[in-house]
Design a binder for this molecule. Structure first.
Ligand code: SF4
Length: 103
């Protein structure tokens, strides 16, 4: 794994191929939230090393985890992906993507 391009792989290693992901949100968006050391909360920290992606839902100093987990922002991320309207940029080229359940 090249950690979202943050690590240059030696020439003899190749990154995992990108799985097709249209209409199938990543399963990690359905599992849990990640709290960063600065209080930011993300829907996934897999390749968002500096907590700056659109997967950041807020900060624990201003909002509860329950509000973020049940909030409009994460609901929109999932539904936009599922309907094919939009995949978050950080997710579109992520080699750690794993399709979530079909619903
Ligand atoms: S595609 Fe990658 S960055 Fe996006 S939620 Fe899945 S594991 Fe996280």
């Amino acid at each position: 794994m090249d950690w979202g391009g943050a690590v240059s792989l030696p020439s003899y290693l190749k990154p995992r191929p990108l799985w097709p992901r249209r209409h199938r949100p990543c399963g990690r968006l359905l599992r849990n939230l990640m709290v960063y050391s600065n209080g930011h909360v993300g829907a996934c920290d897999c390749v968002d090393f500096d907590a700056s992606s659109e997967l950041i839902l807020g900060n624990v100093a201003q909002m509860s985890l329950a509000e973020m987990w049940n909030g409009e922002q994460i609901r929109k991320i999932r539904s936009d992906w599922k309907t094919g309207r939009r995949i978050p940029a950080i997710c579109s080229k992520c080699h750690t993507y794993r399709p979530g359940p079909v619903s």
